[in-house]
Design a protein around this ligand. Structure first.
Ligand code: URA
Length: 197
C-alpha cells in the first residue's frame, strides 16, 4: 500500500503492485464463497470428504479502474469464470454517478458476483453498480465487493444501503477531500494505473 500511495511510484511499478495486492484480495474473496461437500478418492485409494464451490462466479469490473483486478481474478479462480462490465462515470462538478454501459452473462442471477473496484470514495458508483446488479436478479448476499482502498464514508454508505453484501478491502482511509478524493489516498487510480495523468 505504501508503494501505491507514493506519488513517485512509476506506472509500471504501480501496475505490478496492483497485481500483487489483487492476488491477496481475490484470495480473501474466494475464501468466502459458499461451498458444498464432495468426496474424492486420493491416490492411496482412501476416500476424502472435501469441498468445492457451490456456485459459479462472475467478476464485474467497474470501468476503467476495475479492469486492473481482472488478471488477479483469472489467476486466483480455477472454476468456470465469466466477466461482466459496468461503465459508471461521475460528473466532476457534482460528483454524481451516471450509468453509461453494462453487460452481464445471461444467467448472472445464479452466480456469485465479485465486483472489482479499486477505489471506494463516496460510494456513489459502488451503490449504482450494486443496484444495477441487483436489478438483474442477483441477491445482495451473493455480491462480494473487492476493493483496494476505501473511505470510512464510502463503507458506511454502502452498508447502510446494502447491509447483506460482503466487502474485501486492503486499506481504509479516514478522509475525503472537497473534490471527493480519498485522503491520504493514492490519487486517481485509473490515471496512475494507465499512466494518463
Ligand atoms: N477514485 C480515485 O481514483 N481516487 C480517489 O481518491 C477517489 C475515487
Amino acid at each position: 500500500m505504501t508503494i501505491l500511495r507514493d506519488s513517485n511510484t512509476s506506472v509500471t511499478t504501480f501496475a505490478n503492485v496492483t497485481e500483487k495486492v489483487g492476488d491477496y484480495l481475490i484470495c480473501a474473496a474466494l475464501d468466502i464463497l459458499p461451498t458444498e461437500n464432495i468426496s474424492v478418492v486420493s491416490p492411496t485409494g482412501v476416500e476424502y470428504q472435501g469441498v468445492r464451490e457451490a456456485q459459479e462466479v462472475c467478476a464485474v469490473s467497474i470501468l476503467r479502474a476495475g479492469a486492473s483486478l481482472e488478471n488477479a481474478m483469472r489467476r486466483g479462480y480455477t472454476g468456470r469464470l465469466s466477466f461482466g462490465k459496468i461503465l459508471i462515470q461521475r460528473d466532476e462538478s457534482t460528483s454524481l454517478p451516471t450509468l453509461y454501459y453494462s453487460k452481464f452473462p445471461t444467467d448472472v442471477e445464479s452466480k456469485i458476483v465479485i465486483i472489482l473496484e479499486p477505489m471506494l470514495a463516496t460510494g456513489g458508483s459502488a451503490c449504482q453498480a450494486i443496484e444495477t446488479i441487483k436489478a438483474k436478479g442477483v441477491p445482495e448476499e451473493n455480491i462480494i465487493f473487492v476493493n483496494i482502498l476505501a473511505s470510512h464514508y464510502g463503507i458506511k454508505k454502502l452498508f447502510e444501503r446494502f447491509p447483506s453484501i460482503h466487502l474485501v478491502t486492503a486499506a481504509v482511509d479516514e478522509h475525503l477531500t472537497p473534490s471527493c478524493h480519498i485522503s491520504p489516498g493514492l490519487g486517481d487510480f485509473g490515471d496512475r494505473f494507465y499512466g494518463t495523468s
